[in-house]
Design a protein around this ligand. Structure first.
Ligand code: GLC
Ligand code: GLC
Length: 833
């Protein structure tokens, strides 16, 4: 069952009913100011950091769900309704929400009035702009009142939810009914002391009335669905003093039949230099010293959206910006679902994960995790082609949180860019992801100079070394921390946060990740070993290109040693082992009744080329190669119609020596859920051994556009990936959770764009190596790289093991690399296989 449809030409998902199984959201903003916005107008806004600079309030775990957002109410002769359906829930004759790239529109119609609200964060602005267009669709003139509503958060979102003894006394606002561009409400809580920022909520018209006190607007013991002021049809003019400050304007509007009126509301964040915080004292105007906020910057902001034409121009600029961004990679094939995921939604989600890391979504509260070292490096992989300069900046920020021994802070705060001491370090996969991120950046941009950037360790400038030295420390950290089988020690956890082999916890509530209570453990990770083979080789390549032949040779020898260790000590007979536990016992082995086989080492090892010798699918001997055996075992034991589960069989009881993985009921999250992030590793693995058909089949199982028809089962947005889909042993197999903020976005973009469609940047040229199977016999990829454009037309038999023969501008070339052409040129490539 569906709840809407894709509008490919507009690059929008159109939701045609408010009654989706869960709020389906969008993100506004991709620079400093961000909003989360559901299809029924729920959500909140923040400036840069969802914890420290929250502009509006949102209640997670609320009943009803998703009540709280920016709302417009209509009182039409006593009929009170909200065009977003929530929160009044009055029946609508027509409802439509369109989520586009950095904007959404929500339209509701009732009783002869149609209200369309457009929400977006304009480029270069720290504000959410809301353009509300009301049309009289009836045959008679209509007079009605429109009310706006936002609820302010007292900035620190965590404190806001916990510290009522203080917070209920500090709320302060100012109201300006006849400002230069209309009426505005200023939220200035804590501005009197250390804060240098306030929020403004304005409308480009002289409002009829206003409210800033929530209890007055809503009425004691009412909800937003029966708020007193809209019901009364008249603003009360309340001025908040403590309690709960809000912003609400009212506008009395009269429309002739068929007539429309548009108003622009702006919710903005304003920062003033400390010495410009206040309006100058002015006895005549009744302004006392340090009492009235300096509104100059707010007035300038509101003036930029004073007319509908200005708002429309800003909106067009945003759309043009996305057209430009997305022109870096696009495909035209016979599969419209493939095209819409590749050309629009997957890239869009990569932008969001790059910006948000794992901070703010409808599953992440914005007050928990900061930027993850591991997560942000992986997010880069799907983002770097969009804006390489921003990837560069991010890499340098991340690298500065590395420790001198090569280990790293697991997380850092976006506002301060400092490592997070609560979590600390000890996740032994972290260092190697830095190599992955840097290699991807250089291949995309050709900018080797980043390796010479001086970057601090532990944010201490006096410890600065070149970025290349950081990579060396990452590489060395893995070699220097190996266990009895020559495999890397796992530390607190590797990629799988929930495989905690050095934490034996019996204490409810204790952290599985940061409580290390087992000393002298020898727990080793086959996953990190595979990661080392893949990224160690990248490191060697970078060393070589820096003219460090000895370093490169030594690194390659270490990689070969690790490869051998994986094949001798990391192999179970039909698949790769997962790890060795604290006592040196195997994890991920057929010898155990549960957790026999884990997905991560299968995908990663094959991706790294471990055990691929002889894996040519056209020969019978292939079946004997470890790579094919491992992939076939995945197919047999982990694959379901909804994707591949993380491990199988799931643990049915708590295993103290394994940690958090065994805390989840079977089939959820890391305990046998379909943890979508790792599915693309197997997908890529299948392309490595030349089985494109299998790879594409797996891709379709988890990719949201292909799941749209089962939206009632999947439950979450059909346009973005979710972190997890419940696995085959779960009570609710096929149901997704945790949409948007997941490494799945970046990795699936890598899988589909670089391996299935097969166009990936190398150091010297674009590698063209399609492996998508027979379902997509013909397609064209347009790829911008280093300023040139490549039009790559693929004719594809889909035969197992077939590899493309290339013609570049009509001339046959050997191998699969199309050399980089000068910026400005267009190169035509034909690939046939
Ligand atoms: C979450 C974390 C990520 C981790 C994964 C598997 O997605 O953000 O860092 O690798 O879970 O545990
Ligand atoms: C990852 C896992 C989650 C775990 C968390 C701990 O996000 O997905 O299950 O609780 O890491 O940090």
């Amino acid at each position: 069952m569906r709840y809407g449809h894709f509008d490919d030409a507009s690059r929008e998902y159109v939701i045609t009913t408010p009654h989706t199984p869960y709020p389906w959201i969008n993100y506004l903003g991709s620079e400093q100011f961000f909003s989360l916005l559901s299809h029924q107008s729920g959500g909140y806004s923040f400036y840069r950091d969802a914890k420290m600079r929250r502009l509006t309030r949102y209640r997670y775990n609320n009943i009803p769900t998703d009540e709280g957002g920016r709302y417009f109410y209509i009182n039409d002769g006593g009929d009170v309704w909200t065009p977003s359906w929530m929160p009044v829930k009055a029946e609508l004759e027509h409802f439509e929400a369109r989520h586009g790239l950095g904007y959404s529109t929500i339209t509701g119609e009732r009783g002869g009035l149609r209200v369309e609200s457009l929400f977006f964060v304009p480029l270069g602005e720290n504000a959410e702009v809301q353009k509300v267009t009301v049309t009289n669709t009836s045959a008679a003139a209509k007079s009605f009142t429109l009310f706006s509503f936002v609820e302010f958060c007292l900035w620190n979102a965590q404190d806001d939810q916990t510290n009522y003894q203080r917070n209920l006394s500090i709320g302060e606002v100012e109201v300006e009914m006849d400002g230069p561009s209309g009426s505005a409400i200023y939220h200035k809580t804590e501005y009197r002391e250390r804060r240098d920022h306030y929020a403004v909520y304005g409308v480009n018209a002289q409002a009829t009335g206003f409210d800033t006190d929530r209890d007055t607007f809503v009425g004691a013991y009412n909800g937003l669905g029966d708020a007193a002021v809209p019901l009364a049809g008249k603003s009360a003019g309340s001025v908040a003093s403590g309690w709960y400050p809000i912003g609400s304007h009212s506008l009395d509007i009269t429309l002739a039949p068929g007539e429309s009126a548009s108003h622009t509301f702006v919710l903005g964040y304003i920062e003033n230099p400390q010495d410009e915080k206040w309006a100058p004292a002015d006895d005549a105007a009744g302004i006392a010293d340090k009492q009235v906020v300096n509104k100059t910057r707010a007035h300038e902001l509101l003036a930029r959206f004073a007319t509908t034409e200005q708002t429309d121009a800003a909106f067009e600029a945003l759309k043009a910006h996305w057209t430009e961004l997305l022109s870096g990679y696009s495909v035209s094939s016979t599969d419209e679902k493939l095209d819409r995921m590749v050309n629009v939604w997957n890239q869009y989600q990569c932008m969001v994960t790059f910006n948000m890391s794992r901070s703010a979504s409808y599953f992440e509260t914005g007050i928990g995790r900061g930027m993850g070292f591991r997560d942000s490096n992986q997010d880069l992989l799907g983002f770097v082609h969009l804006i390489p300069e921003r990837a560069r900046e991010r890499i340098l920020d991340i690298a500065a949180t590395q420790f001198p021994d090569g280990s790293a802070y697991h997380q850092y705060q976006p506002l301060t860019k400092r490592g997070n001491n609560d979590i600390g370090s000890g996740f032994n996969d972290d260092p190697l992801w830095l190599i992955a991120g840097v290699a991807a950046y250089i291949k995309e941009s050709g900018d080797f100079s980043i390796l010479d950037e001086q970057v601090p360790f532990d944010n201490d400038e006096s410890l600065a070394e070149s970025l290349f030295e950081h990579l060396t420390r990452s590489f060395r950290y893995t070699i220097d921390n190996r266990g009895p089988h020559g495999l890397p020690l796992i530390g607190r956890a590797d990629w799988n946060d929930c495989l905690n082999l050095n934490c034996f916890s019996n204490e409810p509530g204790e952290s599985f990740q940061t409580t290390e209570n087992q000393a002298g453990g020898v727990a080793e990770s086959v996953f990190i070993a595979a990661q080392f083979v893949l990224y160690g080789a990248e490191y060697a390549e970078l060393a070589e290109r820096r003219g460090l032949a000895d370093v490169a040779a030594e690194a390659r020898a270490a990689v070969e040693e690790m490869r051998a260790a994986v094949l001798s000590h990391g192999w179970d007979g039909d698949w790769f082992l997962r790890a060795y536990d604290f006592y040196g016992n195997k994890i991920g082995t057929d010898e155990k009744p549960e957790g026999k086989i884990w997905i991560e080492p299968q995908g990663f090892a094959v991706m790294a080329g471990i055990g691929v010798e002889g894996a040519d699918p056209t020969t019978p001997e292939a079946k004997a190669s470890p790579a094919i055996k491992a992939l076939d075992s995945v197919n047999e034991m982990l694959a379901t119609d909804h994707g591949m589960v993380l491990q199988y069989p799931a643990y049915t009881s708590y295993q103290i020596e394994l940690g958090e993985v065994s805390t989840y009921p079977p089939g959820y999250k890391e305990n046998g859920g379909i943890f979508c992030h790792n599915n693309p590793w197997v997908i890529i693995g299948e392309t490595v051994v030349g089985r494109g058909a299998q790879a594409f089949d797996y891709y379709k199982r988890i990719t949201p556009a292909y799941r749209e028809d089962i939206s009632d089962v999947h439950k979450l947005e059909p346009y973005v990936y979710a972190q997890m889909i419940a696995g085959k042993e779960a009570v609710r197999h096929g149901e997704a959770k945790n949409s948007w903020l997941t490494g799945t976005a970046a990795w699936n973009f890598v899988a589909v764009s670089q391996y299935l469609l097969g166009v990936r940047p190398g150091y010297d040229g674009l590698v063209v190596d399609p492996q998508i199977g027979p379902d997509v016999p013909e397609y064209t990829v347009t790829r911008r790289a280093r300023g040139a454009v490549y039009e790559i037309t693929v004719t594809n038999s889909g035969a197992p093991g077939a590899r493309a023969a290339l013609e570049v501008d009509g001339v046959a070339v050997d191998g699969n690399v199309v050399p980089y052409a000068p910026a400005g040129s267009t190169v035509k490539v034909r690939a046939t296989l």
